[in-house]
Design a protein around this ligand. Structure first.
Ligand code: ARG
Length: 535
């Protein structure tokens, strides 16, 4: 929000430096209703902001905009608008949900939230790994190693267990290997019985995923995985053929030459020798389908950085096919996480991370004796635990690798998710004292203390931070901003007492604390955190 004049351009400042004395400069600047005083102290120009105006403007703006505060700023007006498709999470059924999938889930959710914030329509897509040899193995080995009851009670865990067993068996037993390949062939050719078993595995898995995503506060509009594009992949191969882009090698595989001079020193394999599609073929099909079906204005893929070459090839092939919308596709990458383990061992499922975060947080709450006063301690512990994981993950540049530590993430002091939750809960409990709420106006003259001014100046910069966060799609700017806000809120909380103050002062202060709370909560929600009111 621009409340006073913007700093002058550097060039102008430089010419000022050479040609004018400090006093001349000071005289050139005139104070107005916003800058109430301009001074000169030892060669440094000082500006004094009209405090009552600052207080009134910022608080009224937050009151008026509510959670949309910051997003209504003109600064954000030139960002791409329209329909944004964000593809994220995308785990592989019957395989591990590794930390990379967790990162993709929370980063993708964050990007989708941000885009919604600027008023875009957002389509959240989960591109499930629901096709491939693991289903051949499952189909071949389920009758031997599987159990319908276990499948129904925890599909993800059970399919994973069966997959591990069949996989091991297939390594030793040629017969098992052959029947897995046979089952896969049946699936590829649309054999009704094979497909019905596959559908059964898939739908139970999706039900299970949906439950866990709900715990994390993440939603999807569509679960359209790789399987959805298996037939469309054949259209892609035909299209590549018709454009003379598909080259068949001696071994019979289909490749696309990615070089400019046609020497095949860089290529992408798009067809196996038996004519079936690969990961990239299904991605080409999915991209084209989404371009046609949704006519999106931008599409964002979120995966770890090891998939960068894959997406570069994908974009290149789409370009070769004349799909110009590819210029509106973006691959957001992130680094690897080390050390995220649970007490049970390696993280296998998203559920493991959530359970671990909840258990550890609940223990901390029990030690601090806060679990006694909280209504649903397990639920609160989960929300705080999730905040801890998100903040630990979002603190640094997304592309950097980092080492995860539960101890560090769950600290209640320092720049952690627990600290943010704690600050929010403290503000909320203060606001419980507020009976008149926002109907009555407040007295500006009661809000002139330095902590108020410092906090409101910080709030003024929210739109700049959102703008930078949106342009670079890096949550760390917002995280740093909210930490700053949290620290300012705590200072204000210590110094500006409610109890013992006159009614007028108490009302104005509560107004001010409410303003902080609105922005804090909306920033936390953008990051994917559900703010708690009590802890
Ligand atoms: N299922 C893939 C994996 O686990 C991630 C999918 C990423 N998205 C895509 N369109 N290829 O590695």
């Amino acid at each position: 929000m621009i409340l006073w004049m913007q700093p002058d351009t550097r060039r102008r400042q430089r010419s000022w430096q050479t040609s004018m004395s400090s006093e001349q400069k000071r005289r050139k600047l005139v104070s107005d209703s916003i800058i109430s005083e301009i001074g000169l102290v030892r060669g440094v120009l000082t500006f004094k902001v009209n405090r009552p105006l600052l207080v009134k403007k910022v608080i009224d703006k937050v009151r008026h905009d509510g959670p949309r505060y910051g997003f209504s700023s003109e600064l954000l007006s030139d960002l791409p608008k329209g329909l944004t498709l964000v593809e994220y999470s995308s785990p592989n059924i019957a395989k591990k949900f590794h930390v990379g999938h967790l990162r993709s889930t929370i980063i993708g959710n964050f990007i989708a939230n941000l885009k919604e914030g600027i008023g875009n329509k957002v389509l959240r897509v989960n591109y499930l790994g629901d096709w491939g040899l693991q289903f051949g193995l499952l189909g071949a080995g389920f009758s031997k190693f599987g159990c319908e009851e276990k499948l129904r009670s925890n599909a993800l865990q059970h399919l994973f267990d069966v997959y591990v067993k069949v996989n091991a068996a297939a390594e030793k037993d040629e017969e098992m290997k052959r029947s897995a390949q046979k089952f896969m062939k049946q699936l590829e050719s649309g054999h009704p019985q094979a497909l019905s078993l596959w559908t059964h595995f898939r739908s139970l898995s999706i039900e299970e995923y949906a439950k866990v995503y709900k715990r994390l506060g993440v939603q999807f509009d569509e679960f359209a995985g790789e399987s959805f594009y298996r037939e469309k992949s054949q259209d892609v191969l035909n299209l590549l053929r018709s454009k003379n882009i598909l080259k068949i090698t001696k071994e019979g595989t289909g490749v696309v030459d990615l070089t400019d001079n046609g020497d095949l020193s860089a290529y992408s394999t798009v067809m196996r020798s038996d004519g079936t599609s690969l990961y990239i073929t299904r991605d080409i099909a999915a991209a084209i389908d989404r371009m046609e079906k949704y006519n999106f204005d931008e599409m964002v893929y979120v995966t770890d950085k090891s998939q960068q070459p894959h997406f570069q090839n994908l974009f290149k092939i789409l370009k070769m096919l004349g799909k110009d919308k590819v210029d509106r596709c973006q691959h957001v990458t992130f680094g690897r996480v080390q050390g995220m383990q649970t007490r049970r061992g390696d993280v296998i499922f998203l559920e493991d991370v959530l359970d671990e975060a909840r258990t550890r947080m609940l223990q901390n709450m029990t030690k601090a004796e806060t679990s006694k006063t909280t209504e649903d301690p397990a639920d609160t512990a989960e929300k705080i635990g999730v905040a801890a994981v998100i903040i630990q993950d979002f603190k640094g540049p997304l592309q950097a690798d980092y080492r995860f530590s539960w101890e560090e993430a769950l600290q209640s002091v320092g720049d952690t998710g627990v600290f943010l939750q704690y600050t929010h809960a403290r503000l909320q409990s203060l606001l419980n004292l507020w009976s008149s709420k926002e109907e009555e106006d407040f007295s500006v003259s009661c809000l002139q203390e330095p902590p108020v001014v410092a906090t409101l100046q910080h709030l003024l910069r929210y739109d700049e931070v959102l703008c930078k966060t949106l342009k670079e799609l890096q949550p760390r700017y917002l995280v740093a901003y909210l930490m700053g806000l949290g620290h300012l809120a705590n200072v204000a909380h210590h110094t500006l007492r409610i109890k013992g103050s006159s009614q007028e002062v108490a009302h104005a202060r509560l107004y001010f604390f409410n303003t902080i709370c609105v922005v804090l909560a909306s920033g936390m929600k953008l990051l994917g955190i559900t703010p708690v009111d009590k802890m």
